[in-house]
Design a protein around this ligand. Sequence first.
Ligand code: FPP
Length: 245
Amino acid sequence: MDGNGRWARKRFMPRGLGHKAGVDALVKVVQACADRDIGYLTVFAFSSENWKRPEEEVSGLMSLLLVALSKHLTKLKADGVRIRIAGDLSTVSEKVRNALLDAEANTVENHRLVLTVAFNYGGRWDIVQACRKAMAAGVSEADLDEATLSRHMAMAYAPDPDLFIRTGGEVRISNFLLWQAAYAEMVFSDCLWPDFDAVELDKAIANFARRERRFGDVGESGQGEGAIGSELPAAVPADGVQGGC
Ligand code: FPP
């Protein structure tokens, strides 16, 4: 959910108001996903690296999280959203940790859409914690394989993502879902996150729907890896870079 700061700057507003607008966008996108029968939505709300930001911004994000949960949890629960948290909660404040765990507990009965909030999350952290959990569970070197490690990843309950969307114009993964996104289709949108909405989501889904997923195989066209993009209509960029909104 990149671009909150730039969205605010364009309006001569403090960055915090960009994050606040980011929460409003998130609430709408959650609804749009539920309406489209999408089963899993995972959002990068706070990365392991975001602690490097100015203290004022970090504490603002923590406060915003508490406010957002108290404002939106009841409706999310009523709409059938199950909230799950992926990330290292051992180093966040007790108040924030309890609010996140309460949100999980409060929505545990829901099944319509699993909204995973990646909080104090990093893809590398996830791989390391999965290795540690596997070792603690007594998995031997000989028994450690991809399926076993997957069972210890923070989001072991979810299928690997089909579609990976990054807003804000940057074309990189920035330590998100490194393990899980191995075969995800990437869409990079120039749209700043607070402007991202159902229309942009549909554009990304249309982009995704035109891809031929081969998972290392030659695919139905039988033309192999060299054919990337050749089967796409000219209007769809093969590199998944999508314009602004
Ligand atoms: C990156 O944009 C965004 C974040 C670090 C925070 C994302 C958080 C939300 C959308 C709100 C929901 C989450 C919480 C924690 C309440 P940026 O600020 O780096 O944008 P920029 O690149 O334009 O500066």
